[in-house]
Design a protein around this ligand. Structure first.
Ligand code: DQA
Length: 151
């Protein structure tokens, strides 16, 4: 199967506040700066990155479903929904390519409810605690997973 040259990066609730929000956990990089890092890496690697951020669960589900057919893989940080959204987990499971879940912070070293990772059960790979650079690592993993399955 011929791979599309596009990936989709999806960020969940409150991630528009990066740079100002709990900087001890999420750092000082803003959403705009993160987007710039993602676009620059994608272009260096010969890909295009679509980017969606939403605070709304159903919009995240729709974004995952819409990526089918346009993108060969998804990098997703479902944020707080990671801990309880079966709808997002189901959409990730239904996606027809690799999905890498990212968490900026060290989710296992924080509140105990953050240890419960529902959506991650449908992820092909998982990165936590690498800061915003985790998205860039996730992109490399996505390329490798896509090559293994489809090239
Ligand atoms: C997060 C971790 C979640 O527990 C939290 O609700 C977030 C961000 C992270 O990137 O570390 O909003 O997904």
């Amino acid at each position: 199967m011929k791979l599309s040259r596009t990936i989709t990066v999806i960020n969940g609730p409150n991630l528009s506040q990066l740079g100002n929000r709990e900087t001890e956990h999420y750092g000082t990089t803003t959403q705009d700066e993160l987007l710039e890092m993602i676009k620059e890496k994608a272009s260096k690697d010969g890909f295009t990155a679509d980017y969606i951020q939403s605070d709304i669960e159903g919009e995240l589900v729709s974004a995952i479903n819409s990526a089918s057919g346009t993108s060969f893989g998804i990098v997703i940080n479902p944020a707080a929904y990671s801990h309880y959204s079966i709808a997002i987990m189901d959409a990730m499971a239904a996606f027809d390519g690799p999905v890498v879940e990212v968490h900026i912070s060290r989710v296992f070293s924080r509140d105990s409810f953050r240890n419960n990772l529902v959506t991650a059960q449908a992820a092909d790979a998982f990165i936590a605690g690498a800061g915003v650079r985790g998205y860039l690592h996730a992109m490399n993993i996505l390329y490798e997973l896509a090559e293994k399955t489809e090239v």
